[in-house]
Design a protein around this ligand. Structure first.
Ligand code: GDP
Ligand code: MG
Length: 724
């Protein structure tokens, strides 16, 4: 018999670890219909034949089945709508009280439940004792102990889960609430009998007691019946002097308290665990930030400055530069390939994609570190530490992780925003993550610093400063608009105990991120390099359309000249920088290379040292810095735009994000150029006035008060939207 089993649990209870262990590589990742919450499905290992197979569906991590967050709605709709054959409820054994809250709700659904108490390795290490026989009796379902991380007990779990899914014995919740609540629930159950599946009567009754709007609507009860139910609820509320929803919450916690007393033995002497000891230093008020800065410095020192650079230089200069490119060139020439085709293959495709792949080794080193920090539990602390700071400008601490990853590449950065549950926080993070200079923008910074500022060491840090300032200002400005008003979601995140990660998990997550970057190189960058190569190699020369000798005659030059006027107020209204900015949309790696070609040097070093002289003659410092700022802030490369589109999952929001980024880039660059020119040369003109007006408007947007009233209303609407 083919069965479908849902995997449900709190965030950080070990769901992903268990899912990977149970399904191995038989996974499909997608999105839940209509929303960007990740949907993972896989086949449990060992049940491979078509008729026998057991599908495991990983539900979003939730703390309860109330209808308040997108994740809860998704999980609840799946459980009620699709009625899986069984539920594996994974709970964190070191945190029973909070985890059992969801369990008490799952057991009411009438679906067979098996509870997997995870992190048993830690429970034992802490010297705590759990009586699973009693626990099973108290909650009314099978319980097994596992350690997902070490793979202990998971085979037994899978066998039992499949067995109860095939058996389909309805689950009966073991708990009973206070007399008056049970009385009301019994009345409600009676009233709805026949309208809902018998095994789910209790769940519906509890929800109706809580006055859950969605459930009430879905049942389409007649008004007389609702009034009747309401009487029961109100009399219970009067008796217990509380509102219905809180009564149920309180009853659940009472019940959980009893269970814990019954079957859980804490160590008698309460000493601090190792993890707590580490935390008392690492998340200390004063030490947290310096320690974090030191860790990040180390990560960057190794992955960007030393090991990573060595690997990347080798890939660029030796692997591609000395072997693959010249090799391909001579092979193609030897077999008498047409010059245009050799050009396309070698100069277009291999060089273009090669330049991007050159970043892969460096990125893998960075991702390896990030995966390690994430797995061992430090990343969760970073989000927690950063939350104190990020909250001040309307972002959540979890926005920090996407931005950190974004310093490597915006694509996985934007994708990492999935870990942010709150919809507004997530959208804001997606919009601002790419402001942080990614690895591919570093050569542009090196070019401008080298050519126009004598290699001044302040230019590179200033680029990060511009990126961070753009994020902070955007956070504040957007938060004051109608779209984003409302309090940031409270920070709820379980801090997992520190532990040494397994090699497999670290490599898996490194590879997943690296692969998404490689795929980008293989698809979108491949197509766009072909287009750019074509546009710059062909054009009208001497009256005919052919492969041009002089790039000034190419199609690309024509496009550049056509749009160059747009950038005149920014100080670089010349077709060459305009073209470089366009190729930058394809991939930021292209900007320096394009300058090289346009200024008549076929091949330039990564920082374009060959063209520094030419470039310094062609641009003023103000114009060059304006060009740099524009490229840092404007719409990112096509691949990152693709990621934004996918994560927003909504055309309007996508265009809003791209439009906002480009408008901000244009405004800031204009101000940089106009004010810079005024300061350095004393020239004061119409452009300067426009810049001053723009700055005033920007400051107004930044410092105007929050709109309190509207804010409250909006957050209500937002909640309504999620429910709808
Ligand atoms: P999810 O948020 O529910 O998907 O949780 P994850 O699978 O990402 O796990 C959260 C953290 O707990 C990770 O750092 C895991 O390595 C760790 N973890 C998961 N299972 C166990 C376990 O059995 N023992 C220990 N010590 N750690 C675990
Ligand atoms: Mg997970």
């Amino acid at each position: 018999m083919r069965v479908k089993i849902a995997l449900a649990g709190n965030p950080n209870s070990g769901k992903t670890t268990l899912f990977n262990a149970l399904t191995g590589s038989n996974q499909f990742v997608g999105n839940w219909p209509g929303v960007t919450v990740e949907k993972k499905e896989g086949k449990i290992k060992g049940y491979t034949s078509k008729a026998e197979e057991a599908i495991l569906v990983d539900l979003p991590g939730v703390y309860s089945l109330s209808p308040y967050t997108l994740e809860e709605v998704v999980s609840r709709n799946f459980l009620i709508g699709e009625k899986p054959d069984a539920i594996i409820n994974i709970i964190d054994g070191t945190n029973l009280e909070r985890n059992l809250y969801l369990t008490t709700q799952l057991t009411e659904l009438g679906i067979p439940v098996i509870v997997a108490v995870n992190m048993m390795d830690l429970v034992r290490k802490n010297g705590e004792v759990l009586d699973i026989e009693k626990l099973g009796k108290d909650i009314g379902c099978k319980v097994v102990e596992i350690s997902a991380l070490r793979g202990e007990g998971i085979d037994q779990l899978a066998q039992r889960a499949v067995a109860i899914a095939r058996g389909k014995k309805k689950n009966q919740p073991a708990h009973r609430f206070d007399g008056c609540v049970e009385h009301a629930l019994a009345h409600i159950e009676e009233a709805i009998a026949g309208r809902v599946d018998e095994s789910m009567e209790r769940w519906y009754a509890v929800k109706l007691f809580e006055r859950d709007e969605k459930v009430r609507e879905s049942l389409d009860l007649d008004p007389a019946l609702i009034r009747h139910i309401e009487e029961d609820i109100v009399s219970c509320e009067t008796e217990m002097d509380d509102d219905a929803e809180s009564i149920i919450t309180g009853e659940r916690y009472n019940y959980i308290g009893n269970i814990i007393e019954d079957c859980y033995k804490k160590r008698v002497k309460k000493t601090m665990s190792t993890s707590d000891k580490i935390d008392s230093i690492v998340t200390n008020r004063f030490l947290a930030l310096p320690i974090f800065a030191a860790v990040m410095f180390l990560v960057y020192y190794v992955s960007v400055t030393t090991v990573g650079t060595l690997l990347t230089d080798w890939t660029n200069d030796t692997l591609f530069g000395a072997w693959i490119i010249p090799g391909a060139q001579s092979v193609l020439e030897a077999i008498g390939c047409a010059p245009w085709l050799t050009g396309l293959l070698v100069d277009g495709i291999i060089s273009g994609v090669g330049a991007v792949l050159g970043f892969v080794p460096q990125m893998l080193v960075l991702f390896l570190f990030l995966a390690f920090l994430e797995e061992c539990g430090y990343m969760a602390r970073i989000a927690f530490i950063m939350d104190r700071i990020f909250r001040k400008f309307g972002l959540s601490g979890k926005s920090f992780i996407p931005m950190l990853i974004g310093t490597g590449c915006g694509v996985p950065g934007v994708m990492a925003s999935r870990t942010i549950e709150n919809d507004r926080d997530r959208k804001m993070t997606i919009m601002t993550t790419t402001f942080i200079p990614c690895g591919a923008k570093l050569p542009i910074i090196a070019l401008i610093a080298g050519a126009l500022f004598g290699g001044a060491s302040w230019v590179a840090p200033s680029a990060y400063f511009v990126g961070i300032a753009a994020i902070i200002c955007s956070g504040i400005i957007l938060k004051k608009t109608k779209m984003f008003a409302g309090d940031p979601a409270p920070f709820v995140m379980e801090l997992p105990a520190y532990h040494l990660p397994t090699v497999g998990n670290v490599l898996r997550s490194t590879w997943e991120r690296g692969w998404s970057f490689i795929k980008k190189a293989g698809t979108i960058i491949l197509l766009s390099t072909i287009f750019i190569w074509f546009a710059q190699s062909f054009g009208f020369e001497g009256g005919t359309f052919k492969m041009v000798e002089n790039m000034e005659n190419s199609i690309l030059a024509a496009i550049g000249s056509g749009i160059a006027w747009i950038f005149t107020p920014l100080g670089w209204g010349n077709w060459k920088p305009a073209v470089a900015a366009i190729t930058g949309l394809v991939a930021k790696e292209n900007v320096v290379g394009t300058f090289g070609i346009l200024y008549g040097f076929g091949e330039v070093a990564e920082d374009g040292a060959e063209i520094w002289g030419t470039l310094s003659g062609a641009m003023t410092q103000a114009a060059a810095y304006s060009f740099l700022v524009f490229n840092l802030l404007c719409a990112p490369c096509f691949a990152a735009m693709g990621a934004i589109k996918r994560e927003m999952n909504n055309g309007k929001w996508f265009w809003f994000a791209i439009g906002y980024q480009t408008l901000l880039a244009y405004t800031v660059s204009l101000c940089v150029y106009q004010i810079g020119t005024w300061v350095s040369t004393g020239l004061f003109g119409a452009g300067t006035i426009v810049a001053l007006i723009l700055i005033a408007a920007f400051l107004w947007l930044l410092f105007r008060p929050y709109q309190e009233n509207r804010m409250r209303k909006m957050s209500q609407n937002a909640a309504g939207e999620i429910n709808a």
